[in-house]
Design a protein. Structure first.
Length: 93
């Protein structure tokens, strides 16, 4: 069965910490109760992103954990990009 993805959504394959997934799952359960329907984990992720992205960039960057305190990001392996810099395509909404 094929479902069309709404044009406002983008599919991602990502690595995420287990404790963050657990917290997002808790948030998703609260959304189920609030909305009265099943929700996807992505809805909880979006809610957390909306809240976090209201911060100024400098404030968000202050929360960045140094590599020596979060070595798991280095263990994932190198970032492979087609060029030297990520250049996202323009997404038309």
């Amino acid at each position: 069965m094929h479902h069309n993805i709404p044009s406002t959504l983008v599919r991602f394959n990502l690595h995420i910490r287990r404790d963050h997934v657990q917290r997002l799952a808790q948030l998703a359960q609260l959304l189920v109760k609030k909305k009265g329907r099943d929700v996807r984990l992505a809805e909880a992720i979006e809610l957390a992103l909306v809240a976090g992205l209201h911060w100024k960039d400098a404030d968000l960057l202050d929360l960045a954990i140094p590599d020596n305190a979060a070595p798991y990001w280095l263990q994932v392996g190198p970032v492979r990009r087609p060029g030297s810099v990520i250049v996202p395509r323009v997404i038309k909404l």
